[in-house]
Design a protein around this ligand. Structure first.
Ligand code: BGC
Length: 557
Protein backbone atom coordinates (compact mmCIF):
# COMPACT_ATOMS: atom_id res chain seq x y z
CA UNK A 1 0.00 0.00 0.00
CA UNK A 2 1.25 3.47 -0.88
CA UNK A 3 0.81 5.75 2.10
CA UNK A 4 3.44 8.45 1.85
CA UNK A 5 4.68 10.82 -0.83
CA UNK A 6 7.99 9.01 -0.75
CA UNK A 7 6.49 5.66 -1.68
CA UNK A 8 6.01 6.89 -5.22
CA UNK A 9 9.12 8.86 -6.04
CA UNK A 10 12.02 8.82 -8.45
CA UNK A 11 15.20 10.12 -6.90
CA UNK A 12 18.01 11.85 -8.78
CA UNK A 13 21.36 12.00 -7.02
CA UNK A 14 23.46 15.12 -7.56
CA UNK A 15 27.11 15.41 -6.68
CA UNK A 16 26.98 19.20 -6.26
CA UNK A 17 30.60 19.93 -7.21
CA UNK A 18 30.14 18.20 -10.56
CA UNK A 19 26.65 19.17 -11.72
CA UNK A 20 26.58 22.76 -12.98
CA UNK A 21 28.87 25.71 -12.30
CA UNK A 22 27.14 29.10 -12.25
CA UNK A 23 29.94 31.31 -10.95
CA UNK A 24 32.78 30.42 -13.31
CA UNK A 25 35.17 28.80 -10.85
CA UNK A 26 35.07 25.26 -12.27
CA UNK A 27 33.16 23.92 -9.25
CA UNK A 28 29.47 23.11 -9.49
CA UNK A 29 27.23 25.02 -7.09
CA UNK A 30 23.74 25.45 -5.66
CA UNK A 31 22.52 28.13 -8.11
CA UNK A 32 23.76 25.82 -10.87
CA UNK A 33 21.51 23.08 -9.52
CA UNK A 34 18.54 25.43 -9.19
CA UNK A 35 18.92 26.39 -12.84
CA UNK A 36 18.53 22.74 -13.86
CA UNK A 37 15.37 21.91 -11.92
CA UNK A 38 13.22 22.21 -15.09
CA UNK A 39 15.56 19.71 -16.80
CA UNK A 40 15.02 17.23 -13.98
CA UNK A 41 11.28 17.80 -13.92
CA UNK A 42 11.19 17.13 -17.66
CA UNK A 43 13.11 13.88 -17.20
CA UNK A 44 10.49 12.63 -14.73
CA UNK A 45 12.37 13.12 -11.48
CA UNK A 46 10.33 13.81 -8.35
CA UNK A 47 13.02 13.99 -5.65
CA UNK A 48 16.55 15.36 -5.61
CA UNK A 49 19.24 14.05 -3.27
CA UNK A 50 22.23 16.30 -2.80
CA UNK A 51 25.54 14.96 -1.53
CA UNK A 52 26.73 17.12 1.40
CA UNK A 53 26.75 20.86 0.91
CA UNK A 54 27.77 21.91 4.45
CA UNK A 55 30.90 23.87 5.24
CA UNK A 56 33.82 21.52 4.82
CA UNK A 57 37.57 21.45 4.28
CA UNK A 58 36.70 19.01 1.45
CA UNK A 59 39.05 16.25 2.55
CA UNK A 60 36.28 13.85 1.53
CA UNK A 61 34.40 16.24 -0.78
CA UNK A 62 31.95 17.41 1.86
CA UNK A 63 31.60 14.30 4.04
CA UNK A 64 33.99 16.01 6.45
CA UNK A 65 31.75 18.70 7.93
CA UNK A 66 33.20 21.62 9.88
CA UNK A 67 29.91 23.49 10.33
CA UNK A 68 26.52 21.84 9.83
CA UNK A 69 24.74 25.20 9.89
CA UNK A 70 26.68 26.79 7.03
CA UNK A 71 26.80 26.08 3.34
CA UNK A 72 30.29 25.54 1.94
CA UNK A 73 31.30 28.82 0.31
CA UNK A 74 32.47 27.04 -2.85
CA UNK A 75 28.88 25.86 -3.38
CA UNK A 76 26.91 28.99 -2.51
CA UNK A 77 25.14 30.69 0.35
CA UNK A 78 22.24 29.99 2.65
CA UNK A 79 20.13 32.27 0.46
CA UNK A 80 21.03 30.09 -2.52
CA UNK A 81 19.82 27.04 -0.62
CA UNK A 82 16.58 28.79 0.27
CA UNK A 83 16.05 29.64 -3.39
CA UNK A 84 16.73 26.03 -4.32
CA UNK A 85 14.21 24.76 -1.75
CA UNK A 86 11.61 27.20 -3.05
CA UNK A 87 12.25 26.30 -6.69
CA UNK A 88 12.04 22.58 -6.01
CA UNK A 89 8.77 23.14 -4.15
CA UNK A 90 7.34 25.29 -6.96
CA UNK A 91 8.02 22.46 -9.38
CA UNK A 92 6.09 20.05 -7.17
CA UNK A 93 9.27 18.18 -6.33
CA UNK A 94 11.07 17.15 -3.14
CA UNK A 95 14.58 17.70 -1.84
CA UNK A 96 16.64 15.50 0.44
CA UNK A 97 20.02 16.24 1.99
CA UNK A 98 22.88 13.98 2.84
CA UNK A 99 23.23 13.93 6.60
CA UNK A 100 26.65 13.07 7.99
CA UNK A 101 26.15 11.92 11.54
CA UNK A 102 28.88 9.36 12.19
CA UNK A 103 31.80 11.80 12.15
CA UNK A 104 32.78 15.43 11.69
CA UNK A 105 35.80 17.16 10.19
CA UNK A 106 38.81 17.60 12.44
CA UNK A 107 38.26 21.31 11.74
CA UNK A 108 34.87 21.26 13.46
CA UNK A 109 34.95 23.54 16.54
CA UNK A 110 33.91 20.55 18.70
CA UNK A 111 37.02 18.62 17.74
CA UNK A 112 39.29 21.65 17.96
CA UNK A 113 37.98 22.27 21.45
CA UNK A 114 38.38 18.58 22.34
CA UNK A 115 42.07 18.87 21.44
CA UNK A 116 42.71 22.28 22.95
CA UNK A 117 41.16 21.39 26.29
CA UNK A 118 40.93 17.70 27.27
CA UNK A 119 38.74 18.75 30.22
CA UNK A 120 36.19 20.41 27.96
CA UNK A 121 32.80 18.78 27.45
CA UNK A 122 33.68 18.40 23.76
CA UNK A 123 36.38 15.82 24.53
CA UNK A 124 33.58 13.34 25.10
CA UNK A 125 31.96 14.22 21.76
CA UNK A 126 34.61 11.95 20.21
CA UNK A 127 36.03 8.50 20.90
CA UNK A 128 39.30 8.30 22.82
CA UNK A 129 41.31 5.35 24.03
CA UNK A 130 44.56 4.86 25.89
CA UNK A 131 47.44 3.18 24.04
CA UNK A 132 47.89 -0.61 24.16
CA UNK A 133 50.27 -2.11 26.73
CA UNK A 134 53.21 -1.67 24.33
CA UNK A 135 52.35 2.00 23.89
CA UNK A 136 51.02 1.42 20.37
CA UNK A 137 47.53 1.71 18.92
CA UNK A 138 44.70 0.43 21.13
CA UNK A 139 43.76 -2.38 18.71
CA UNK A 140 44.16 -3.64 15.14
CA UNK A 141 40.86 -2.39 13.71
CA UNK A 142 41.19 -1.06 10.17
CA UNK A 143 39.83 2.14 8.63
CA UNK A 144 37.76 2.07 5.44
CA UNK A 145 40.14 4.60 3.96
CA UNK A 146 43.26 2.49 4.67
CA UNK A 147 45.46 1.99 7.75
CA UNK A 148 44.26 2.02 11.34
CA UNK A 149 41.09 3.54 12.82
CA UNK A 150 43.33 5.13 15.46
CA UNK A 151 45.26 8.38 15.26
CA UNK A 152 47.39 9.85 18.03
CA UNK A 153 46.11 12.97 19.78
CA UNK A 154 47.61 15.73 17.60
CA UNK A 155 47.78 18.00 20.65
CA UNK A 156 50.45 15.73 22.13
CA UNK A 157 48.36 13.72 24.62
CA UNK A 158 48.97 10.00 24.96
CA UNK A 159 45.49 8.94 23.85
CA UNK A 160 44.30 7.94 20.41
CA UNK A 161 41.07 9.04 18.73
CA UNK A 162 38.91 6.84 16.52
CA UNK A 163 38.28 7.50 12.80
CA UNK A 164 36.53 4.97 10.60
CA UNK A 165 37.28 7.04 7.49
CA UNK A 166 40.08 9.56 6.95
CA UNK A 167 42.05 10.58 10.04
CA UNK A 168 40.80 14.10 9.44
CA UNK A 169 37.25 12.76 10.03
CA UNK A 170 37.03 11.79 13.73
CA UNK A 171 34.02 9.65 14.72
CA UNK A 172 31.42 11.10 17.04
CA UNK A 173 30.66 9.43 20.36
CA UNK A 174 26.99 8.45 20.05
CA UNK A 175 26.98 7.15 23.62
CA UNK A 176 27.06 10.76 24.67
CA UNK A 177 23.48 12.16 24.94
CA UNK A 178 24.84 15.63 24.11
CA UNK A 179 26.03 14.33 20.73
CA UNK A 180 22.66 12.75 20.04
CA UNK A 181 20.96 16.01 20.91
CA UNK A 182 23.36 18.10 18.83
CA UNK A 183 22.76 15.98 15.74
CA UNK A 184 18.99 16.08 16.24
CA UNK A 185 19.24 19.86 16.42
CA UNK A 186 21.09 19.99 13.12
CA UNK A 187 18.51 17.76 11.44
CA UNK A 188 15.70 19.82 12.82
CA UNK A 189 17.29 23.03 11.56
CA UNK A 190 17.32 21.75 7.98
CA UNK A 191 13.90 20.13 8.11
CA UNK A 192 12.45 23.40 9.41
CA UNK A 193 14.16 25.17 6.56
CA UNK A 194 12.06 23.08 4.23
CA UNK A 195 13.94 20.00 3.09
CA UNK A 196 11.84 16.87 2.76
CA UNK A 197 14.18 14.15 3.86
CA UNK A 198 17.58 12.94 4.92
CA UNK A 199 19.98 10.39 3.52
CA UNK A 200 21.71 9.11 6.64
CA UNK A 201 25.36 8.66 5.81
CA UNK A 202 27.11 5.59 7.24
CA UNK A 203 24.56 5.31 10.08
CA UNK A 204 25.26 1.59 10.48
CA UNK A 205 28.54 2.52 12.16
CA UNK A 206 27.17 4.73 14.95
CA UNK A 207 27.78 2.10 17.64
CA UNK A 208 31.21 0.63 18.36
CA UNK A 209 32.23 -2.40 20.40
CA UNK A 210 34.58 -2.37 23.39
CA UNK A 211 37.89 -0.98 22.17
CA UNK A 212 39.96 -3.48 24.14
CA UNK A 213 39.12 -6.16 21.61
CA UNK A 214 41.44 -7.32 18.86
CA UNK A 215 40.43 -9.02 15.64
CA UNK A 216 42.32 -12.30 15.81
CA UNK A 217 44.60 -13.15 12.92
CA UNK A 218 46.97 -16.05 12.32
CA UNK A 219 50.21 -14.13 12.65
CA UNK A 220 49.28 -12.24 15.78
CA UNK A 221 50.74 -9.03 14.34
CA UNK A 222 48.94 -5.71 14.68
CA UNK A 223 48.47 -4.86 10.99
CA UNK A 224 45.13 -3.04 10.77
CA UNK A 225 42.31 -5.11 9.35
CA UNK A 226 38.72 -4.21 8.51
CA UNK A 227 36.76 -5.49 11.51
CA UNK A 228 33.09 -4.92 10.71
CA UNK A 229 31.93 -7.03 13.63
CA UNK A 230 33.19 -4.30 15.97
CA UNK A 231 31.75 -1.28 14.19
CA UNK A 232 28.95 -2.21 11.79
CA UNK A 233 25.32 -3.08 12.59
CA UNK A 234 25.81 -3.43 16.34
CA UNK A 235 22.42 -3.74 18.09
CA UNK A 236 22.77 -0.32 19.68
CA UNK A 237 22.57 1.27 16.21
CA UNK A 238 18.82 0.60 16.27
CA UNK A 239 18.38 2.61 19.40
CA UNK A 240 20.47 5.56 18.23
CA UNK A 241 18.63 5.54 14.94
CA UNK A 242 15.21 5.25 16.53
CA UNK A 243 15.87 8.03 19.05
CA UNK A 244 17.04 10.31 16.25
CA UNK A 245 14.26 9.55 13.76
CA UNK A 246 11.39 9.44 16.27
CA UNK A 247 12.07 12.99 17.42
CA UNK A 248 12.19 14.32 13.86
CA UNK A 249 9.10 12.42 12.78
CA UNK A 250 7.14 13.44 15.86
CA UNK A 251 7.27 17.04 14.66
CA UNK A 252 7.57 16.44 10.94
CA UNK A 253 5.92 13.11 10.16
CA UNK A 254 6.38 13.53 6.41
CA UNK A 255 10.15 13.60 6.61
CA UNK A 256 11.65 10.86 4.51
CA UNK A 257 14.59 8.93 5.96
CA UNK A 258 16.73 6.81 3.67
CA UNK A 259 19.71 5.20 5.32
CA UNK A 260 22.97 4.25 3.73
CA UNK A 261 23.39 0.67 4.96
CA UNK A 262 26.16 -0.34 2.61
CA UNK A 263 26.78 -3.82 4.02
CA UNK A 264 23.22 -4.70 5.04
CA UNK A 265 21.97 -8.12 3.97
CA UNK A 266 18.23 -8.59 3.34
CA UNK A 267 17.49 -9.39 6.99
CA UNK A 268 19.19 -6.28 8.24
CA UNK A 269 17.37 -4.29 5.59
CA UNK A 270 14.11 -5.57 7.04
CA UNK A 271 15.24 -4.71 10.58
CA UNK A 272 16.13 -1.14 9.63
CA UNK A 273 12.90 -0.49 7.72
CA UNK A 274 10.19 -2.26 9.70
CA UNK A 275 7.17 0.07 9.75
CA UNK A 276 6.30 1.51 13.14
CA UNK A 277 9.81 1.30 14.54
CA UNK A 278 10.80 4.86 13.54
CA UNK A 279 14.06 3.83 11.94
CA UNK A 280 14.53 4.18 8.18
CA UNK A 281 11.82 4.34 5.54
CA UNK A 282 14.23 2.75 3.11
CA UNK A 283 17.84 1.70 3.03
CA UNK A 284 20.52 1.65 0.38
CA UNK A 285 22.60 -1.51 0.42
CA UNK A 286 25.58 -2.32 -1.78
CA UNK A 287 24.87 -6.02 -1.42
CA UNK A 288 22.82 -6.19 -4.63
CA UNK A 289 25.91 -5.99 -6.79
CA UNK A 290 27.84 -9.05 -7.82
CA UNK A 291 30.89 -9.08 -10.03
CA UNK A 292 32.53 -12.05 -11.67
CA UNK A 293 36.01 -12.35 -10.16
CA UNK A 294 36.99 -15.56 -11.94
CA UNK A 295 39.06 -13.66 -14.52
CA UNK A 296 41.05 -11.68 -11.90
CA UNK A 297 44.82 -11.63 -12.40
CA UNK A 298 46.15 -13.30 -9.22
CA UNK A 299 49.62 -11.78 -9.66
CA UNK A 300 48.61 -8.42 -8.14
CA UNK A 301 46.07 -6.73 -5.87
CA UNK A 302 42.45 -7.27 -6.94
CA UNK A 303 41.20 -3.97 -5.45
CA UNK A 304 40.80 -2.09 -8.73
CA UNK A 305 40.76 -4.89 -11.29
CA UNK A 306 37.81 -4.42 -13.67
CA UNK A 307 35.25 -7.22 -13.60
CA UNK A 308 32.13 -8.02 -15.57
CA UNK A 309 28.82 -8.41 -13.82
CA UNK A 310 27.97 -11.88 -12.57
CA UNK A 311 24.42 -11.76 -13.87
CA UNK A 312 23.25 -14.89 -12.06
CA UNK A 313 24.60 -13.75 -8.71
CA UNK A 314 23.09 -10.30 -9.32
CA UNK A 315 19.71 -11.92 -9.99
CA UNK A 316 20.06 -14.02 -6.84
CA UNK A 317 20.84 -10.94 -4.76
CA UNK A 318 17.88 -9.12 -6.28
CA UNK A 319 15.51 -11.96 -5.42
CA UNK A 320 16.85 -12.11 -1.89
CA UNK A 321 16.17 -8.43 -1.31
CA UNK A 322 12.83 -8.32 -3.10
CA UNK A 323 11.55 -11.38 -1.25
CA UNK A 324 12.69 -10.15 2.15
CA UNK A 325 11.22 -6.66 1.74
CA UNK A 326 7.99 -7.65 -0.02
CA UNK A 327 5.85 -7.02 3.07
CA UNK A 328 8.07 -4.48 4.81
CA UNK A 329 9.41 -1.63 2.74
CA UNK A 330 10.39 -0.59 -0.75
CA UNK A 331 13.86 -1.50 -1.97
CA UNK A 332 16.00 1.28 -3.42
CA UNK A 333 16.93 0.58 -7.03
CA UNK A 334 20.22 1.99 -8.28
CA UNK A 335 23.05 1.09 -10.64
CA UNK A 336 25.62 3.56 -9.38
CA UNK A 337 26.35 6.33 -6.94
CA UNK A 338 29.26 8.56 -5.98
CA UNK A 339 31.02 5.63 -4.26
CA UNK A 340 31.39 3.54 -7.38
CA UNK A 341 32.31 3.77 -11.05
CA UNK A 342 29.57 4.62 -13.50
CA UNK A 343 27.28 1.84 -14.70
CA UNK A 344 27.92 2.55 -18.40
CA UNK A 345 31.62 1.86 -17.81
CA UNK A 346 31.18 -1.03 -15.37
CA UNK A 347 28.46 -3.05 -17.03
CA UNK A 348 27.65 -1.27 -20.31
CA UNK A 349 28.84 -2.68 -23.61
CA UNK A 350 31.02 -0.26 -25.63
CA UNK A 351 29.86 -2.01 -28.82
CA UNK A 352 26.23 -1.33 -27.88
CA UNK A 353 26.36 1.76 -25.67
CA UNK A 354 22.76 2.83 -26.24
CA UNK A 355 21.07 -0.56 -26.08
CA UNK A 356 23.10 -1.72 -23.09
CA UNK A 357 22.27 1.44 -21.11
CA UNK A 358 18.58 1.00 -21.93
CA UNK A 359 18.52 -2.73 -21.14
CA UNK A 360 20.23 -2.24 -17.79
CA UNK A 361 17.78 0.53 -16.86
CA UNK A 362 14.81 -1.63 -17.84
CA UNK A 363 16.08 -4.59 -15.83
CA UNK A 364 16.22 -2.49 -12.70
CA UNK A 365 13.85 0.44 -12.55
CA UNK A 366 10.54 -1.34 -13.17
CA UNK A 367 11.16 -3.58 -10.19
CA UNK A 368 9.22 -2.92 -7.01
CA UNK A 369 11.10 -0.07 -5.37
CA UNK A 370 12.40 3.47 -5.59
CA UNK A 371 14.72 4.35 -8.49
CA UNK A 372 17.78 6.42 -7.64
CA UNK A 373 19.40 7.78 -10.78
CA UNK A 374 22.93 9.12 -10.56
CA UNK A 375 23.45 12.39 -12.46
CA UNK A 376 24.45 11.79 -16.08
CA UNK A 377 23.31 8.18 -16.02
CA UNK A 378 20.27 9.25 -18.06
CA UNK A 379 22.69 10.16 -20.87
CA UNK A 380 24.66 6.92 -20.63
CA UNK A 381 27.58 8.94 -19.26
CA UNK A 382 30.75 6.92 -18.86
CA UNK A 383 33.60 7.42 -16.39
CA UNK A 384 35.94 10.35 -16.78
CA UNK A 385 39.48 9.19 -17.58
CA UNK A 386 42.17 10.88 -15.51
CA UNK A 387 45.85 11.14 -16.39
CA UNK A 388 47.24 11.45 -12.93
CA UNK A 389 47.15 9.01 -9.98
CA UNK A 390 46.62 11.98 -7.64
CA UNK A 391 43.20 12.60 -9.25
CA UNK A 392 41.83 9.56 -7.43
CA UNK A 393 42.40 11.32 -4.07
CA UNK A 394 42.70 7.94 -2.39
CA UNK A 395 45.44 6.77 -0.08
CA UNK A 396 44.80 3.12 -0.98
CA UNK A 397 45.60 3.71 -4.66
CA UNK A 398 49.42 3.85 -4.30
CA UNK A 399 49.36 0.36 -2.74
CA UNK A 400 47.44 -0.98 -5.72
CA UNK A 401 49.78 0.81 -8.14
CA UNK A 402 52.85 -0.65 -6.43
CA UNK A 403 51.38 -4.14 -6.51
CA UNK A 404 50.44 -3.86 -10.21
CA UNK A 405 53.84 -2.42 -11.09
CA UNK A 406 55.58 -5.26 -9.29
CA UNK A 407 53.55 -7.65 -11.48
CA UNK A 408 54.88 -5.87 -14.58
CA UNK A 409 51.83 -3.75 -15.44
CA UNK A 410 52.54 -0.54 -17.34
CA UNK A 411 51.41 2.89 -16.21
CA UNK A 412 48.91 2.95 -19.09
CA UNK A 413 47.39 -0.36 -18.01
CA UNK A 414 47.24 0.74 -14.38
CA UNK A 415 45.53 4.02 -15.25
CA UNK A 416 43.10 2.13 -17.47
CA UNK A 417 42.12 -0.15 -14.57
CA UNK A 418 41.72 2.74 -12.13
CA UNK A 419 39.74 4.80 -14.62
CA UNK A 420 37.40 1.88 -15.12
CA UNK A 421 36.79 0.98 -11.50
CA UNK A 422 37.51 3.90 -9.17
CA UNK A 423 34.73 5.91 -7.54
CA UNK A 424 36.48 9.19 -8.41
CA UNK A 425 36.15 8.33 -12.10
CA UNK A 426 32.39 8.32 -11.55
CA UNK A 427 32.40 11.87 -10.20
CA UNK A 428 33.28 13.79 -13.36
CA UNK A 429 31.41 16.91 -14.49
CA UNK A 430 27.93 16.58 -16.00
CA UNK A 431 27.87 17.06 -19.78
CA UNK A 432 25.22 19.56 -20.83
CA UNK A 433 26.20 20.57 -24.36
CA UNK A 434 29.05 20.43 -26.85
CA UNK A 435 30.75 23.69 -25.91
CA UNK A 436 34.07 23.80 -24.11
CA UNK A 437 33.84 21.84 -20.84
CA UNK A 438 30.49 20.50 -22.03
CA UNK A 439 28.57 23.48 -20.71
CA UNK A 440 29.36 22.48 -17.12
CA UNK A 441 31.49 25.60 -16.71
CA UNK A 442 33.49 28.07 -18.74
CA UNK A 443 36.41 27.48 -16.40
CA UNK A 444 38.59 24.36 -16.25
CA UNK A 445 36.46 21.95 -14.13
CA UNK A 446 37.74 20.86 -10.71
CA UNK A 447 37.83 17.32 -12.11
CA UNK A 448 38.98 17.02 -15.69
CA UNK A 449 40.22 14.33 -18.02
CA UNK A 450 39.09 12.56 -21.18
CA UNK A 451 35.39 11.99 -21.61
CA UNK A 452 33.11 10.40 -24.17
CA UNK A 453 31.30 12.61 -26.58
CA UNK A 454 27.73 12.84 -25.30
CA UNK A 455 25.63 15.59 -23.83
CA UNK A 456 22.13 16.41 -22.65
CA UNK A 457 21.36 18.90 -25.40
CA UNK A 458 22.10 16.39 -28.17
CA UNK A 459 20.12 13.65 -26.44
CA UNK A 460 17.11 15.84 -25.87
CA UNK A 461 17.12 16.53 -29.63
CA UNK A 462 17.30 12.82 -30.50
CA UNK A 463 14.07 10.86 -29.92
CA UNK A 464 16.00 7.56 -29.78
CA UNK A 465 18.44 8.73 -27.12
CA UNK A 466 19.07 7.15 -23.76
CA UNK A 467 17.65 10.33 -22.20
CA UNK A 468 14.29 9.85 -23.93
CA UNK A 469 14.25 6.17 -23.05
CA UNK A 470 14.75 7.03 -19.37
CA UNK A 471 11.94 9.56 -19.67
CA UNK A 472 9.58 6.91 -21.03
CA UNK A 473 10.68 4.33 -18.51
CA UNK A 474 10.08 6.71 -15.60
CA UNK A 475 6.66 7.61 -16.96
CA UNK A 476 5.76 3.95 -17.23
CA UNK A 477 6.86 3.45 -13.64
CA UNK A 478 4.06 5.83 -12.60
CA UNK A 479 1.38 3.58 -14.13
CA UNK A 480 -0.29 0.33 -13.04
CA UNK A 481 0.82 -2.35 -12.43
CA UNK A 482 4.20 -0.73 -11.56
CA UNK A 483 2.79 1.63 -8.95
CA UNK A 484 1.72 -1.14 -6.65
CA UNK A 485 2.79 -4.46 -8.10
CA UNK A 486 4.66 -7.33 -6.55
CA UNK A 487 7.99 -8.45 -7.98
CA UNK A 488 8.17 -11.99 -9.32
CA UNK A 489 11.47 -13.21 -10.73
CA UNK A 490 11.05 -15.47 -13.75
CA UNK A 491 13.46 -18.23 -14.65
CA UNK A 492 15.52 -17.64 -17.77
CA UNK A 493 18.87 -18.22 -19.41
CA UNK A 494 21.91 -16.83 -17.66
CA UNK A 495 22.23 -13.55 -19.56
CA UNK A 496 18.53 -12.72 -19.47
CA UNK A 497 16.93 -10.70 -16.71
CA UNK A 498 13.20 -11.47 -16.67
CA UNK A 499 10.49 -10.65 -14.17
CA UNK A 500 6.81 -9.99 -13.70
CA UNK A 501 5.19 -7.11 -11.94
CA UNK A 502 1.73 -8.11 -10.79
CA UNK A 503 -0.70 -5.86 -8.92
CA UNK A 504 -3.45 -8.48 -8.69
CA UNK A 505 -5.28 -7.06 -11.69
CA UNK A 506 -2.67 -6.59 -14.35
CA UNK A 507 0.66 -8.20 -15.05
CA UNK A 508 3.59 -6.87 -16.98
CA UNK A 509 6.53 -9.00 -18.08
CA UNK A 510 9.94 -7.39 -18.34
CA UNK A 511 12.41 -9.25 -20.54
CA UNK A 512 15.98 -7.93 -20.88
CA UNK A 513 18.94 -9.36 -22.71
CA UNK A 514 22.04 -8.37 -20.73
CA UNK A 515 24.47 -9.68 -23.33
CA UNK A 516 25.62 -9.18 -26.91
CA UNK A 517 24.37 -12.65 -27.89
CA UNK A 518 20.89 -12.97 -29.40
CA UNK A 519 18.45 -14.77 -27.10
CA UNK A 520 14.91 -16.08 -27.17
CA UNK A 521 12.40 -16.32 -24.34
CA UNK A 522 8.92 -17.71 -23.75
CA UNK A 523 6.52 -15.32 -22.03
CA UNK A 524 4.40 -16.71 -19.17
CA UNK A 525 1.29 -15.31 -20.90
CA UNK A 526 0.19 -14.52 -24.41
CA UNK A 527 1.17 -10.92 -24.68
CA UNK A 528 -1.28 -8.03 -24.75
CA UNK A 529 0.20 -4.63 -25.27
CA UNK A 530 3.85 -3.68 -25.70
CA UNK A 531 4.62 -0.92 -23.22
CA UNK A 532 8.27 -0.34 -24.05
CA UNK A 533 10.69 -1.91 -26.46
CA UNK A 534 14.24 -1.22 -27.57
CA UNK A 535 17.17 -2.79 -29.34
CA UNK A 536 14.97 -4.59 -31.88
CA UNK A 537 13.22 -7.04 -29.52
CA UNK A 538 10.07 -8.59 -31.06
CA UNK A 539 7.47 -11.12 -29.98
CA UNK A 540 4.87 -13.34 -31.52
CA UNK A 541 2.48 -15.27 -29.30
CA UNK A 542 4.64 -16.14 -26.35
CA UNK A 543 7.93 -16.18 -28.17
CA UNK A 544 10.23 -13.17 -27.64
CA UNK A 545 13.28 -12.70 -29.85
CA UNK A 546 15.98 -10.55 -28.31
CA UNK A 547 18.94 -9.23 -30.32
CA UNK A 548 22.00 -7.96 -28.43
CA UNK A 549 21.10 -5.90 -25.35
CA UNK A 550 17.47 -5.51 -26.34
CA UNK A 551 14.52 -5.43 -23.99
CA UNK A 552 10.77 -5.63 -24.02
CA UNK A 553 8.04 -4.72 -21.55
CA UNK A 554 4.67 -6.23 -22.30
CA UNK A 555 1.39 -6.14 -20.43
CA UNK A 556 -0.98 -9.09 -20.17
CA UNK A 557 -4.21 -8.77 -22.14
C1 BGC B 1 29.73 8.09 1.72
C2 BGC B 1 31.13 8.22 1.24
C3 BGC B 1 31.93 8.86 2.36
C4 BGC B 1 31.74 8.11 3.69
C5 BGC B 1 32.22 8.91 4.83
C6 BGC B 1 29.93 7.09 2.84
O1 BGC B 1 29.25 6.09 3.01
O2 BGC B 1 28.82 7.67 0.76
O3 BGC B 1 31.25 8.93 0.05
O4 BGC B 1 33.27 8.84 2.02
O5 BGC B 1 30.42 7.81 3.93
O6 BGC B 1 31.34 9.95 5.10
Amino acid sequence: MRKHWYDQQTIYQIYPKSFNDSNHDGIGDIPGITAKIPYLKQLGITTIWLNPIYQSPQVDNGYDVSDYYQVDSSLGTMTDVETLIKTVYEHGMYLIFDFVLNHTSDQHPWFKQALADPQSKYRDYYLWQDPAADGGRPNNWGSFFGGSVWAKDPAGGSQYYFHLFDKRMPDLNWKNPAVQQAMRDVAEFWVEKGIDGLRLDAFIHLAKADFRQTYPNRTGDSTPIISDMFYAHLPKVHQYLHDFVAVIKAKHPDTYVVGEASSADPHLMVDYTTPGTDECDQVITFRTFADDNTQDDPSFSDTFQPRPMDVTAYKQNTVGIQAALADTSLPTLYWNNHDMARVATRYGDPDYPQASAKALATALYLQRGIPIIYYGEELGLTNIRYHDIADFEDQTVPTFVASAQAAGKSKVEIMRMLNQTHKMAGRGPMQWDNTVYHGFSDHLPWKHGDTDDMNAQAEIADPDSIYHYYQQLLQLKQCAPFTNGQFIMLGSAEQLFTYLIDDGQKQAAIVCNLSAQAQTYLLPFVGGKVLLVQGGATYRGRQVTLPAWSSLVVKSA
